[in-house]
Design a protein around this ligand. Structure first.
Ligand code: CMP
Length: 141
């Protein structure tokens, strides 16, 4: 099914000049960038984005890491884009990620894990609309 997902290239990866490497992996796996921008999240914006993790022991560090520098937010489109993106990213903990995945190859730690990707259609819809309006998304081009 043709689907959209939301993707972030996190501060640790932007800092280390890995935007191109990560985008290549996504594109080579059939994911198409249909919306993209660089933003520098305020604390409030990061807290709102990760609201579901509020109260968890890693929440504070997560917000600190996500506000440590600019990020790339993007909408990816493709066949089963949500699952495909998660497969290309690898699991949250880079030490457990499969060989050849973005997190295995580039992530520093569970917190500085280089990329974020939506985990369900509901979170994809919420996350996309957190950053993009429909006229900023260029599907089918
Ligand atoms: P992300 O896909 O951006 O979604 C939430 C983030 O919280 C996750 O990537 C990790 O960076 C971080 N995270 C999730 N679980 C843990 C954990 N158990 N310990 C530390 N960080 C975590």
């Amino acid at each position: 099914m043709l689907e959209r997902t939301f993707s972030i290239i996190k501060p640790d990866a932007v800092k280390r000049n890995l935007i191109g490497e990560i985008l290549s992996r996504l594109e080579q796996n059939g994911l198409k960038v249909v919306a993209s921008k660089m933003v520098f999240l305020t604390r409030g914006e990061a807290e709102g984005f990760y609201a579901e993790h509020e109260g968890k022991p890693f929440y504070e560090t997560l917000v600190n890491n996500m506000t440590a520098g600019p990020i790339i937010v993007q909408v990816l489109e493709g066949e089963d884009a949500i699952a495909k993106n998660r497969q290309v990213m690898g699991t949250t903990d880079p030490e457990k990620a499969d060989a050849g995945t973005i997190r295995k190859d580039f992530a520093v730690s569970m917190q500085q894990n280089s990329v974020h990707g939506s985990d369900s259609p509901a979170s994809a819809a919420r996350e996309i609309s957190y950053f993009f309006s429909e006229i900023e998304i260029f599907s089918g081009n």
